[in-house]
Design a protein around this ligand. Structure first.
Ligand SMILES: [Cu+2]
Length: 210
């Protein structure tokens, strides 16, 4: 319970920080929460989204793999490209262990981020990162489940020219679909890889009851 509260507080602070970041241009500066164990946090849960081929995909499709989730949007000027770069570097650093992981980029701006837009955008990053979109309702419920802060900024000119301020945590979900922990997207690829190794080995040890 204590651990769950810690992450919840951190994610709430992140939301607050993002709300205070008037332009939505900055990463949320909140210390990375530390969680020593996993399993019961009230973060995460089942989801239904749409894959790049138009097929419906649920969390069940990824059972048996660790999931690395990042929520963002392709028009994002900095947090998203930075995070996706860092994840790409982390995958490289992990070597063959990256095979146990499935990184997902989930748009919080499904109106502009069509499947084609997302596919094109992800060509700039590691090809193992899979893009997902969904209806506004599907995205909204996932954003709520994962406590992602998302706020569309008012556009002064054209309708389609807006920024979306959002929290920039990367979420780790274990092979059974349980939320494990988060890390800030602006951590270096090296730090993300080290964090992943630690979390993934820790979970294995916990499962075998050591
Ligand atoms: Cu972003």
């Amino acid at each position: 319970m204590v651990l769950r509260s810690k992450v919840l507080i951190a994610l709430t602070l992140a939301a607050l920080g993002a709300a205070l970041a008037a332009t939505g241009l900055m990463l949320v500066a909140v210390p990375v929460p530390t969680v020593a164990t996993s399993g019961t946090a009230a973060i995460g849960g089942p989801f239904t989204l749409v894959a790049m081929d138009g097929e419906t995909v649920t969390d069940q499709a990824y059972r048996g793999k660790w999931l690395l989730l990042f929520f963002g949007y392709t028009f994002c000027p900095d947090a998203c490209p930075t995070t996706l770069n860092n994840i790409s570097v982390a995958l490289e650093k992990l070597g063959s262990d990256a095979g146990k992981l499935q990184p997902l980029f989930i748009t919080v701006d499904p109106r502009r981020d069509t499947r084609e837009v997302i596919s094109d955008y992800l060509k700039s990053f590691d090809p193992r990162i899979i893009g997902l979109t969904g209806t506004q309702g599907q995205i909204d419920s996932m954003v709520k489940e994962y406590r992602v802060y998302v706020a569309q900024q008012k556009s002064e000119s054209e309708d389609d020219d807006y920024l979306v301020s959002h929290s920039a945590y990367v979420y780790l979900i274990d092979p059974e679909g349980k939320f494990v922990n988060v890390i800030q997207g602006n951590e270096t690829g090296e730090n993300i890889a080290a964090w992943l190794r630690k979390e993934m080995t820790g979970a294995k040890r916990r499962r075998s009851g050591e």
